[in-house]
Design a protein around this ligand. Structure first.
Ligand SMILES: NC(=O)c1ccc[n+]([C@@H]2O[C@H](COP(=O)([O-])OP(=O)(O)OC[C@H]3O[C@@H](n4cnc5c(N)ncnc54)[C@H](OP(=O)(O)O)[C@@H]3O)[C@@H](O)[C@H]2O)c1
Length: 407
């Protein structure tokens, strides 16, 4: 039987198997890879690590999805601005769940293309193409008039349409475009549909706002950004803050009616919203490429709207702000009820609705200082804009019902 080797330098008493040389060089030879294979394995491990990290990060960026499988067969839904982006994905998912959906878009051609595509993919034929330009109060009234002629109920209203950071232009009624489309158009639309929503309760209103509200302030002296126009941090952020204040105020007005209203930030989503981005070409390319990875897909962007529209657990939740399918607390200026009250009264005047509540003492009911700039009458169409303080007149003023053939 051979003796185990005890080489010089090793701890006395340590016994090694025969032929084993524990000197530094020898251990290195035994335990480490060398040359090509060492590098190949190392690079493979690093690549795997990076891929796993990128996959996890991408998952985080996409956020949680609404996974409950509840159906809403036959429920009547309106979604604004749904020929593309988040709105289109929202309609697709609601269509798969059996809803009867009115697609309210400003471009009938693009709306029709989206409608056919969604009908194909969802196998739901109950989709209707309807024209709605939120930049025209008359168009909003026409849309509501036709809708009311066609439907006696409305279960879900999703105020999704929006424009961002466009050059300063005016709506048909002479209001700053972003405030006019993102806030005022939806303000009038929702108010004119409240009777249908109440009649169909429990029903829901979903307002798609944005985290951009964090930069926003309601500029009481210059609501239409006449003196100073900042296209993103000014007008867009103000309009998205207005969406939230509108939600907060409306939730108090609708208390105990069975109609809930919540708002959300969909995330940073790869859509056509940045179509007015005017930076240099190279920056556009960098943004486009980066957005492929760092932005949510429109489908992921639709998940919070979908949860607010669908989740049975939220049937009684109202006045909340959600992002990534979760409730989020609001910053103080987004829950300031004095500003919300002021904005509500101001918006009523601007769209020509009679006030729901009497004006606070000492304030002239017709005075707002933010009137239209192009001479168009405030609240054209059937609005009166005269500050009639009788809430009942709001009902009388809601649009006439006429019989229209559904095409
Ligand atoms: N994408 C984001 O990262 C992001 C982040 C925060 C919040 N949001 C909000 O998410 C909502 C949906 O935006 P998106 O990202 O899906 O953008 P999008 O792809 O540009 O879609 C916007 C939709 O609104 C419609 N629209 C614009 N002006 C309109 C008007 N005057 N009348 C009726 N419809 C009008 C557009 O119609 P046309 O195609 O005819 O123009 C389009 O269908 C917006 O409210 C936006 O503020 C988006």
């Amino acid at each position: 039987m051979s003796e185990a080797a005890t080489p010089p330098g090793s701890v006395p008493g340590t016994v090694f198997p025969p032929g084993f040389d524990p000197t530094a060089e020898s251990v290195e030879k035994t335990l480490c890879f060398r040359g090509f294979w060492a590098w190949a394995v190392l690079i493979l491990l690093i690549a795997l690590g990076i891929s796993l990290f990128m996959w996890l990060l991408r998952k985080c960026i996409q956020g949680p999805a609404y996974r409950k499988a509840n159906r809403i067969d036959g429920k009547v839904v309106i979604v604004t601005g749904c020929n593309t982006g988040i709105g289109k994905e929202t309609v697709l998912e609601l269509a798969k769940r059996g809803a009867r959906i009115y697609m309210a878009c400003r471009d009938p051609g693009r709306c029709e293309a989206a409608r056919l595509d969604i009908m194909d993919r969802s196998r739901n034929q109950q989709l209707f193409n309807r024209t709605l330009d939120l930049g025209s109060l008359q168009s909003v009234r026409n849309f509501v008039e036709r809708f009311k002629a066609e439907e006696s109920r409305l279960d879900i209203l999703i105020n999704n349409a929006g424009i961002m950071a466009c050059p300063r232009t005016l709506t048909a009624d002479g209001y700053e475009q972003q405030f006019g489309v993102n806030h005022l158009g939806h303000f009038l639309l929702t108010n004119l549909l409240l009777d249908r929503l109440k009649h169909s309760s429990p029903s829901r209103i979903v307002v798609v706002s944005s985290a951009a509200h964090l930069f926003g302030r309601i500029n009481r002296e210059d609501l239409m950004s006449e003196k100073n126009y900042g296209k993103f941090f000014g007008a867009y952020s103000q309009s998205k803050l207005a969406n939230i204040l509108f939600t907060r105020k409306l939730s108090t007005i609708l208390k105990d009616t069975g109609v809930t209203v919540n708002c959300c930030h969909p995330g940073v989503v790869r859509t056509e919203l940045n179509r007015h981005f005017a930076g240099p070409g190279w920056m556009k390319s960098v943004l486009q490429t980066g957005s492929l990875y760092f932005f949510k897909t429109p489908k992921a962007g639709a998940q919070t709207s979908l949860r607010l529209a669908l989740d049975p657990k939220l049937e009684h939740s109202t006045g909340g702000y959600y992002s990534d399918c979760m409730w989020w607390p609001l910053v103080p200026w987004a829950r300031n009820m004095q500003t919300a009250d002021w904005l509500w009264r101001e918006s009523e005047k601007l769209v020509g609705l009679p006030p729901l509540e009497p004006p606070p003492p000492g304030q002239n009911p017709t005075q707002n200082g933010n009137g239209p700039q192009n001479g168009a009458a405030s609240g054209n169409g059937s609005g009166n804009g005269n500050g009639n303080a009788n809430p009942a007149s709001r009902e009388m003023q809601s649009v006439e019902t006429v019989v229209v053939n559904r095409s």
